[in-house]
Design a protein around this ligand. Structure first.
Ligand code: PGA
Length: 265
């Protein structure tokens, strides 16, 4: 099955509009003339979406830039109303947002997001035709207690409750072991591949083998230029969700280059 790898920069709470502009100018100049067989996505903070959308629109028109898609880092499960601090899916669409990261472990751990809450957001995102980047992953304690598979199965099953197959086909799954996020500790490629194969098997249980073989599953957690190739060479890894190493244009580009060279199917 030919799955196009997807490399997404999750900037978290970094880079306002002017830093977004600096990054993008540098990144586009490095990217110019290169066409990688993958999708490139940038997820800036909400307040930088407008700047990113404007710059990408101009860049694409002027220099035929490699298409870069925009992601949000979160969305509301509601349409509009008295929800202080929230941003709706239709608001995101106005900034040409195509993807939305949902269920990131920081949102689960720091903001108490549950599988049911994440599920409601996935359903709302699909109503607006946004593509969820649905994050799952176990803590170190869960892994060491032998609960890896049961934790992942619950996150997938409850997070995707009532999500029909047609919407699942527009969803990207990001497997991010919590103990590897921002720690510099990466899962070995064998650990990552085993978890990805398991995730795909759970999706096959829910949606059938054909759908499971078409879903892209990204790896996330301390992905760097020097480990991207090995991770992306694994048969069930279809790209990466990158935090720290995607804050610098050069290292984000090197991850994409190394990952595509060695892992692009
Ligand atoms: P990291 O973050 O690459 O800094 O580990 C990944 C993520 O949180 O998505």
């Amino acid at each position: 099955m030919n799955r196009k790898p997807i490399f997404a920069a999750n900037w978290k709470m970094n880079k306002g509009a002017s830093e977004t502009e600096d990054f993008l100018k540098s990144f586009l100049s490095k990217l110019q003339g290169q066409d990688f067989p993958c999708e490139i996505v940038i997820a800036p903070p909400f307040v930088s979406l407008a700047k990113l959308a404007e710059l990408l629109h101009t860049a694409t028109a002027v220099q035929n830039a490699h298409a870069i898609q925009i992601a949000a880092q979160n969305c509301s499960q509601f349409d509009a109303g008295a929800y202080t601090g929230e941003v709706s899916v239709l608001m995101l669409r106005e900034f040409f947002v195509h993807y939305v990261i949902l269920g990131h472990s920081e949102r689960r751990a720091i903001y108490g997001e549950t599988d049911a809450f994440i599920n409601a957001k996935i359903i709302k995102a699909r109503e607006a035709n946004l593509k969820p980047i649905f994050c799952i992953g176990e803590t170190l304690a869960e892994r060491e207690a032998g609960k890896l598979e049961s934790v992942l199965r619950t996150q997938i099953t409850d997070g995707l409750k009532n999500v029909p197959e047609k919407d699942m086909l527009e969803t990207v799954v990001a497997y991010e072991p919590v103990w590897a996020i921002g720690t510099g500790v990466t899962a070995t490629s064998q650990q990552a591949q085993d978890a990805h194969a398991f995730v795909r098997s759970v999706i096959a249980d829910l949606y059938g083998a054909d759908t499971a073989s078409r879903i892209r599953i990204q790896y996330g957690g301390s992905v760097k230029p020097n480990n991207a190739a090995e991770l992306m060479a694994c048969p069930d890894i279809d790209g990466a969700l990158i935090g720290g190493a995607a804050l610098e244009p050069q290292s984000f580009l090197e991850i994409i280059r190394n990952g595509c060279d060695h892992g692009g199917q």
